[in-house]
Ligand binder design. Structure first.
Ligand code: 2RA
Length: 341
């Protein structure tokens, strides 16, 4: 016996990944509905590479009653309209948008890190999925925090254009072509040219000079991992299609050598340690695409502070950063609260 599950935003980058991952992980499904805006009504969406498709229904008049759970991959504005309706009808919402992440009545879950927090979903029937850059970082940091208590994190991100949706990917593709053929460059989705460039700006600016993407990394890490951890972030968009990278510096309360950190990370759930101190002995974004893991490389001591470590962390932002984490939440919900069969 399986679940009755809805994928909202099924035609987008993340929605399509959700459908593929549900199939790849053989999530037990009795009924599957794909919903999207009225523009996509009737569109056949492929379910990964199974050869099967599902026809999109209009989210505006979808009847949420009788569905166990819905994975939402639509923007915050549409989520604000539809998630409360689904939740009120008894369909548990797993939401990818940032709308509910910091709501104290909504658990923000990374299954490898804080699975027990999911029990709080009953307050609103909504569970939040973190921002992509936070998700992969906390997977890598959790086992090190358990071992030596992380006190401070300094992170710089190298985020792919797929984090900005299909329009971001199209802009990188088009600008690259325009530069090669000498056409005028089209700059629309990003604030500056992204092809052959990097942009130190993701999401809107806040009053203190940081960006909302940077703020998300700070507050979400505290909510998921530990409110006492100090985090400072610089988030940068890079001309990579898929796969976010992060250079992370941590300071721990207790001593933790690079060798010990490597040993811990080798065993950690969701982490693949690939750390050979030689040419090519590390993972880059193109190698992580389509994978479930958070890859960690370049683990080394930082001798400029007491108990400092540096590491490099790479993951498929459409998977662990969004669709995979959402499906893992659905699996966790099934195991802890909605047992079938
Ligand atoms: C980005 N963090 O990469 C966003 C996507 N959630 O733009």
């Amino acid at each position: 016996m399986g679940y009755r599950i809805v994928v909202a935003g099924a035609t987008g980058n993340v929605g399509r990944e959700v459908l593929a991952i549900l199939a790849e992980r053989e999530f037990p499904i009795d009924a599957l509905a794909a919903v999207a805006s009225s523009r996509s009504q009737g569109t056949e969406v492929e379910i990964g590479d199974t050869g099967r498709t599902v026809k999109c229904q209009n989210i505006d008049n979808f009847d949420w009653s009788g569905w166990d759970m819905a994975i939402f991959a639509i923007g915050s504005d549409a989520t604000a309209i539809h998630a409360p309706k689904a939740a009120a009808a008894g369909c548990i919402v797993i939401d990818n948008s940032s709308l509910y992440r910091m709501d104290p009545d909504v658990p923000l879950i990374v299954p490898e890190v804080n699975p027990e927090a999911i029990d709080g979903y009953t307050a609103r029937n909504i569970i939040a999925n973190p921002n992509c850059s936070t998700a992969q970082m906390v997977v890598a940091l959790k086992p090190l925090h358990d071992a030596a208590t992380i006190e401070r994190v300094v992170v710089s991100t190298y985020q792919s254009v797929s984090g900005a949706g299909k329009a971001g990917m199209d802009e990188l593709w088009n600008q690259t072509r325009q530069i090669f053929v000498g056409d005028e460059k089209d700059v629309q989705k990003f604030t500056k040219q992204i092809a052959f460039n990097v942009i130190p700006h993701i999401d809107k600016f806040l009053d203190d000079g940081s960006t909302k993407e940077e703020w998300k990394m700070v507050v979400e890490t505290k909510k998921i991992l530990d409110p006492k951890i100090k985090v400072t972030a610089t988030c940068v968009r890079v001309p990579v299609f898929v796969g976010h990278s992060e250079a992370i510096n941590i300071e721990t309360k207790d001593e933790l050598s690079a060798e010990e950190a490597q040993r811990i990370l080798r065993e950690a759930p969701g982490v693949v340690l690939h750390d050979k101190r030689e040419d090519g002995g590390y993972i880059t974004p193109v190698e992580c695409v389509g994978d479930f893991a958070t890859f960690v490389s370049r683990v080394r001591d930082d001798p400029t502070v007491d108990n400092g470590l540096n590491l490099w962390c790479v993951s498929d932002n459409l998977r662990k950063g969004a669709a995979l984490n959402a499906v893992q939440i659905a699996e966790l919900l099934g195991r802890r609260h909605l047992k079938k069969g």
